[in-house]
Write a protein that binds this ligand. Structure first.
Ligand code: ADP
Length: 402
């Protein structure tokens, strides 16, 4: 079956057409700067193979409908050879950021599901409207083709109340649904499944700590295959130090900034989401730039690296305490998959807890899963590339097969 995966953002759309029979990627595309004077589309047919055809278009892309129409032209272009007609697409899988407490698993989209995603807009005011734009456009352009929503929050719906509640007045939970939801669920679930295969055990018997370090960063404690705690919270701001997001801060800092710096709520929100994290500490948010600067003696770059990896270590320790027994720690996403130094520093000092790294293995680069723990480590440590599009395609197909 051909599954089209759509990840619709506020000014961008990522799309991928996969053949779920052999899990190959036929088309991979990115549309950016929707609504700007000039928009971009980059489309790759058969990416990463000898038959790769790359097409780039620069033109105004006023809205998501125009963007998706361009994408359909690319996908069905006979010269590219992926498919001839959009009717060859069996299903469409949409990434949806916030499913609140309504969605524990992927769901076929109908008017009730759309209403529920809309009802969760207050919890993700930037993301859910953009995801809904993608859904509406796809329903218009692909009538009759089943559409499935795959939620970033769904995997974390197994987190128990003692881990999802904030110690705030209870009615904030009851009336306003203020609680931890967690994000990156599709990625955490995907690498957990891959890790279970590598360990040769059913996922339902695995205790894992999955560490997703990309632009956004999060960590999940997985007990017997289920998420029992995760570092992102009601919004994707809590927890680890991210590219531009602060992660954990004393909540009283908000009040301090308002009282003493005259900052309003919008300015504080923008600062915590866009001008903090690695970027806030050293002016850079790409880990490769940060290493290069730290190597040249840039003290703030070194500090940013130290603060991020110390926070990772602290959370790994916390989740080891949560789980009691850990089969494996899994690193994934841009930094987690590529950055041996971050992995080493994030695991520093954990030998007493049975976590020992094989330095030579850790220094290797691989596109395939890589075991980086030493033979005498009681906790296995793996680097496993995440693949959210494949995970969404698999889940979309699975729900239609049932
Ligand atoms: P997103 O959260 O946007 O999906 P990714 O998972 O692609 O992000 O991660 C992007 C980040 O990964 C970059 O900002 C960069 O910091 C980091 N990264 C990518 N490649 C490398 C590398 N070779 N070494 C260190 N960090 C890397």
């Amino acid at each position: 079956m051909h599954v089209l995966v759509i990840n619709s953002g506020s000014s961008s759309i990522k799309y991928q057409l996969l053949d779920t029979d052999n899990e190959s990627v036929l088309i991979s595309g990115l549309i950016e700067r929707i609504g700007d004077a000039q928009g971009d589309l980059i489309n790759k047919a058969f990416p990463g193979t000898d038959n790769e055809v790359v097409t780039e278009i620069e033109q105004p892309i006023p809205d998501h409908t125009t963007g998706m129409r361009l994408a359909i032209d690319m996908i069905t272009d006979p010269a590219k050879g992926a498919i001839k007609d959009k009717s060859e697409i069996g299903a469409i899988g949409h990434r949806v950021v916030h499913g609140g407490e309504d969605f524990h698993e992927p769901t076929i989209i109908d008017t009730e599901v759309i209403a529920a995603i809309e009802a969760n807009v207050p919890l993700a005011p930037l993301h859910n409207p953009a995801n809904l734009d993608g859904i509406h456009v796809a329903m218009e352009l692909f009538p009759g083709i089943p559409q499935v929503a795959v939620f970033d929050t769904a995997f974390h719906q197994t987190i128990p109340p003692h881990a999802y509640m904030y110690a705030l007045p209870y009615e904030l939970y009851e009336k306003d649904r203020v609680r931890r939801y967690g994000f990156h669920g599709t990625s955490h679930k995907f690498v957990a499944g891959e890790c279970a295969n590598l360990l040769g055990k059913p996922l339902a018997e695995c205790n894992l700590i999955t560490v997703h370090l990309g632009n956004g960063c999060s960590m999940t404690a997985i007990e017997n295959g289920k998420s029992v705690d995760t570092s992102l919270g009601m919004t994707p701001l809590e927890g680890l130090v991210m590219g531009t997001r602060s992660g954990d801060v004393d909540p009283a800092i908000h009040t301090f900034l308002a009282r003493n710096k005259g900052m309003d709520i919008e300015a504080i929100d923008a600062m915590l989401n866009k001008q903090s994290g690695l970027k806030g500490m050293c002016g850079m948010n790409d880990m490769r730039d940060i290493h290069a600067a730290a190597d040249k003696g840039n003290k703030n770059a070194q500090l940013a690296l130290d603060v991020q990896t110390y926070r990772n270590r602290k959370y790994i320790g916390a989740y080891m305490a949560v789980l009691g027994h850990v089969d494996a720690i899994v690193f994934t996403a841009g930094i987690g998959e590529n950055d041996a130094i971050v992995r080493r520093l994030s695991l520093k000092g954990l030998a007493g807890f049975g976590v020992k790294i094989d330095e030579a293995a850790n220094d290797q680069r691989a596109k395939e899963p890589l075991k980086i723990s030493a033979n005498n480590s009681t906790v296995a440590v793996w680097v496993i590339p995440t693949n959210e599009e494949l995970a969404i395609a698999r889940q979309t197909r699975a729900i239609l097969d049932t």
